[in-house]
Design a protein around this ligand. Structure first.
Ligand SMILES: [Zn+2]
Length: 510
C-alpha cells in the first residue's frame, strides 16, 4: 500500500476539528512535502518526523512523499500532527502493519529521537473525540489524559511503543480515568472580615443570583479581601463545569494538575492589562483573562484605571458568555461565562463620603472619575455597594464578628436551586420581560417602587436592576420559611433592601 490515512485533531478556539492525515508515496525524485500546514510549521515538522523515523531504526523512504492535512482551510499548529504523519509514512512504506488504524487519533509532538512530547490544548481534542475514537498521547500529557471522559486514551513515551501496540506485539492498556476533586478554592472565611455588613450581604446576593458586583470605597477598606471571599460562599463547580474550565486551561500550554482543576477560577488581572490579555487573541490566539475566568470570577480592582477600550470589550462577553476573536482567515470562539466583581475608589482622592477624612475633589472631578466607567458597562452590573472604613477601635470589637461563610453558603445554594427549579436560569440572566413574570409582583408594589426611584433620584436604568436583586433577595429569604421549596413573590421589603445596592445611580449635586 502506498497510501495511508491517519487521524489527528487541530485546535480552533475551544473546538478541536478532526484532521485527516493522508500520506502518499510515489516514484520520482525523493522529496517530502506537507500540504495544509503553514510554511514554518511544515519545515519544523518535516525535520522532526524524518529524524524520529531514522532514529527509531526505521528507513526513511527514498521516494516522493506527499502528506496532506485536510481540511486545508483550517489553521493548524504543526507539532501536534508529528506522530500521525510519522505513522502514516511507516504505514505507506509497509514498515508498519495495522488494519484498525481508523480506530485511533494521534496527538503528540515527536522529538528527534522519536520520543512523544507534550502538546497543549489536548482536552478539547479528547472532548471532541468522545464516542468516536481512542486517542494516543504522550506520557507527558498523562494528567489531561486521565480526566473523566469516556474517550479511551493510550499513553506512550516513544513512537516504537505505539508501533508495537499497533502491530500487536506489545499491547498498552488505556489510561486510568480519575474524577475531578470538586472543592472550594482555599480562600479565607467571611467571618474574618470585620464589620461591613452591607458589603457582605451584597456578596451573598451576588453569589446567589450570579449578579455582577461593584464595591466602592476608600483605599484600605479590604475591598479585595471581600471580593476574593465570594468563593467561600458559592457552591463548587459541577463535574461538567470543571471539564469546560479544564479545556480552557489546557489551551494555555502548560502542564495541568488534575487536582487543581476542580476549583472555581478567580482571575484578577492588573489594570494595565491590554485588550488582548483581557479577551484573548494574538497571532497564535490564546484565551484571555475572561475565558480563564469562565465559570468563575473576574475581579477588576481600581476599575476606572483600566483602559477604556479594555472595559468596552467586556460588554459583549458579559451579555453572551462567549468571545469571538478574529484571526486572519477565520474567527475562533472561547467561552467566557464569568461573574464580574469590581472595586473602585469613590473619587480620585479616595475619600468621598468618608466619615473621617475629608474629600479633596470637586464635584466635577468626582463626576469625571465616575464617567470613566461607561453607562453600558455599568448597566451590566446589578449591585453597587459602599464599603466604608471602620474606626480602629471598632475593628477589634468582638460584636463585629459575623456569620461564617459555611452558614451563608447554605442560603446561597438554596437560592440557586430555587432559581434552577422555578426558571431554569440564574436571576442575573433574566431578561426584562422574564423578570416581570418571575417576580410575581403586584401593581401596588410596582407603583411603590416607581415612587421610591423618583424620591431617591435614581436613574431610570435602576428599575430592572432593583427588581432583579429583589428576586434574589426573596429567593434567599425562602430558605428560612416553613416550606422552603416554595418560591415567594417579591414584596416591598425585598425591594427596599435592593434599593441600597444602587449607589452609582444616585445623581451627584452640581
Ligand atoms: Zn475625593
Amino acid at each position: 500500500m502506498a497510501i495511508a490515512l491517519t487521524f489527528s485533531r487541530a485546535n480552533c478556539g475551544i473546538e478541536a476539528p478532526l484532521i485527516s492525515v493522508e500520506t502518499h508515496l510515489s516514484n520520482g525524485l525523493p522529496a517530502f512535502t506537507i500540504v495544509g500546514l503553514p510554511e514554518a510549521a511544515v519545515k519544523e515538522s518535516r525535520d522532526r518526523v524524518r529524524s524520529a523515523i531514522i532514529n527509531s531504526h526505521f528507513t526513511f523512504p527514498a521516494r516522493r512523499i506527499t502528506v496532506n492535512l485536510a481540511p486545508a482551510e483550517l489553521p493548524k499548529e504543526g507539532s501536534r500532527f508529528d506522530l500521525a504523519i510519522a505513522l502514516g509514512i511507516l504505514l505507506a512504506s509497509d514498515q508498519l502493519q495495522c488494519d484498525h488504524l481508523d480506530q485511533f487519533e494521534f496527538i503528540a509532538e515527536l522529538s528527534l529521537s522519536g520520543e512523544l512530547r507534550y502538546v497543549s490544548g489536548l482536552i478539547p481534542a479528547l472532548i471532541a473525540a468522545e464516542h468516536q475514537r481512542s486517542v494516543w498521547v504522550a506520557k507527558a500529557n498523562s494528567e489531561e489524559a486521565s480526566i473523566p471522559l469516556s474517550t479511551p486514551t493510550l499513553e506512550a513515551s516513544h513512537i516504537l511503543e505505539v508501533c508495537a501496540h499497533l502491530n500487536g506485539s506489545h499491547t498498552i492498556a488505556p489510561s486510568h480515568k480519575k474524577a475531578f476533586t470538586l472543592r472550594r478554592s482555599p480562600v479565607g472565611d467571611l467571618d474574618e472580615v470585620a464589620g461591613q455588613p452591607l458589603a457582605k450581604r451584597a456578596l451573598e446576593i451576588a453569589a446567589a443570583g450570579g449578579h455582577n458586583l461593584l464595591l466602592i470605597g476608600p483605599p484600605g477598606t479590604g475591598k479585595t479581601m471581600l471580593a476574593s471571599r465570594i468563593l467561600s460562599i458559592t457552591p463548587p463547580l459541577s463535574q461538567r463545569s470543571a471539564l469546560s474550565v479544564a479545556a480552557i486551561q489546557s489551551l494555555r500550554g502548560r502542564q495541568l494538575v488534575l487536582d487543581e482543576l476542580g476549583q472555581k477560577p478567580f482571575r484578577a488581572p492588573h489594570h494595565t492589562a491590554s485588550a488582548v490579555a483581557m479577551v484573548g487573541g494574538g497571532s497564535n490566539p490564546k484565551p484571555g483573562e475572561i475565558s480563564l475566568a469562565h465559570k468563575g470570577i473576574l475581579f477588576l480592582d481600581e476599575l476606572p484605571e483600566f483602559d477604556r477600550r479594555v472595559l468596552e470589550v467586556l460588554r459583549e462577553p458579559l451579555e453572551s458568555g462567549r468571545i469571538m476573536i478574529s484571526r486572519a482567515s477565520l474567527q475562533v470562539e472561547y467561552p467566557a461565562e464569568f461573574q464580574l466583581l469590581a472595586a473602585m475608589n469613590p473619587c480620585p482622592c479616595g475619600f468621598f463620603g468618608d466619615l473621617q477624612q475629608p474629600c479633596q475633589c470637586s464635584n466635577q472631578q468626582v463626576k469625571r472619575y465616575r464617567a470613566k466607567i461607561s453607562g453600558p458597562l455599568l448597566d451590566r452590573i446589578d449591585l453597587h455597594v459602599s464599603v466604608n472604613r471602620l474606626p480602629a477601635t471598632l475593628l477589634s470589637d468582638k460584636k463585629l464578628t459575623a456569620e461564617p461563610s459555611e452558614v451563608i453558603a447554605k442560603r446561597v445554594l438554596h437560592a440557586q436551586r430555587q432559581q434552577a427549579n422555578a426558571r431554569g436560569k440564574i436571576n442575573a440572566q433574566l431578561s426584562p420581560n422574564e423578570l416581570i413574570h418571575a417576580t410575581w409582583i403586584n401593581q401596588e408594589t410596582l407603583s411603590w417602587l416607581g415612587k421610591a426611584i423618583d424620591k431617591l433620584d435614581l436613574s431610570a436604568r435602576a428599575f430592572h436592576r432593583i427588581l432583579r436583586i429583589g428576586r434574589t433577595i426573596a429567593d434567599l429569604e425562602s430558605y428560612a420559611k416553613k416550606n422552603p421549596q416554595q418560591s415567594i413573590p417579591v414584596g416591598q421589603h425585598h425591594l427596599k433592601e435592593a434599593l441600597a445596592f444602587r449607589q452609582l445611580d444616585k445623581n451627584l449635586p452640581n
